[in-house]
Design a protein around this ligand. Structure first.
Ligand SMILES: NC(=O)c1ccc[n+]([C@@H]2O[C@H](COP(=O)([O-])OP(=O)(O)OC[C@H]3O[C@@H](n4cnc5c(N)ncnc54)[C@H](OP(=O)(O)O)[C@@H]3O)[C@@H](O)[C@H]2O)c1
Length: 241
């Protein structure tokens, strides 16, 4: 079966949390490849600074900042509406926004649990639900979920974070099964990194002991996206050996 393809330069991406850390590394790599990238998270100043830095370095405008809170239903819908209204497609969704509230099991607060679940899991689900009709109509799309090794192993200091990342992987499995059954040309990749150094990010920086350089995430992204449309790397486990 022949699947529709698009080059990265023909694609429009939404990268949540694209202003910092792993999301920023993804954004730089995609923009360099010519992808139009909407970076979305709460801090407007951070988003604008990142977009300015990358666009200035490239000498053309590929990165567009959009302030939103992934925990707010209307703001999630508005982000997708804005992107579709301006570029008519969302070809690539990178669910990267995420946080941890370190509370051990006996000390979990309702507020802490809700913050983590709403950001890492409910937010990703809402974005997938919002982009799916357009991806299906265009018969093209890729969804990257940034989970974690904490989605594969439980850690005592961050139980809500682990639960959210395990949940994200479970949601991705169901999504894949749905897409298989509908025959849609939409792939779902999960990134499950161990510790990633998001402080020493310049090319020449050495990562801290036990961490990997964030550039490896960007290289892995370009690699999985370059695979044939009938190939999916379900979970990518990346950690310092
Ligand atoms: N670094 C690691 O070692 C590591 C390892 C495994 C997995 N991960 C995962 O990788 C992803 C990126 O993390 P990172 O390490 O690059 O850290 P980071 O720089 O703190 O990135 C997290 C991003 O999420 C955004 N965010 C947080 N709450 C949000 C909200 N309510 N609405 C919209 N955006 C929100 C933040 O932007 P605002 O604060 O401006 O909203 C920020 O840009 C996360 O999902 C994390 O769980 C990281």
């Amino acid at each position: 079966m022949q699947f529709k393809t698009k080059t990265l330069a023909q694609q429009v991406a939404i990268v949540t949390g694209g202003g910092t850390g792993i999301g920023r590394a993804f954004t730089e790599a995609l923009a360099k490849a010519g992808t139009t990238v909407v970076i979305a998270s709460r801090r407007k100043d951070v988003l604008h600074q990142t977009a300015d830095d990358i666009n200035t370095n490239l000498g053309y405008e590929r990165v567009f900042p959009y302030a939103f809170d992934i925990r707010d239903f209307d703001q999630v819908e508005a982000l997708v509406h804005y992107t579709l209204g301006r570029w008519s497609a969302v070809d690539l969704l990178i669910n990267n926004s995420g946080l941890a509230v370190p509370e051990e099991v006996h000390a979990i607060t309702e507020a802490g649990w809700d913050t983590v679940m709403d950001t890492n899991l409910r937010g990703a689900m809402r974005l997938v639900r919002a982009v799916l009709p357009s991806m299906t109509a265009h018969d093209f799309g890729d969804i990257i979920n940034v989970a974690s090794q904490a989605g594969k192993h439980g850690y005592a200091d961050v139980p809500s974070y682990c639960a959210s990342k395990f949940g994200l992987l479970g949601f991705a499995e169901s999504l894949r099964d749905h897409l298989r059954k509908t025959g849609a040309n939409i792939r779902v990749f999960n990134f499950c990194p161990g510790l990633v150094d998001v402080e020493h990010t310049r090319r020449e920086d050495a990562p801290r002991d036990g961490f990997i350089h964030v550039a490896n995430l960007a290289r892995a992204l370009l690699f999985v996206l370059s695979l044939d449309r009938n190939v999916v790397v379900e979970d990518l486990n990346l950690y310092s050996r």
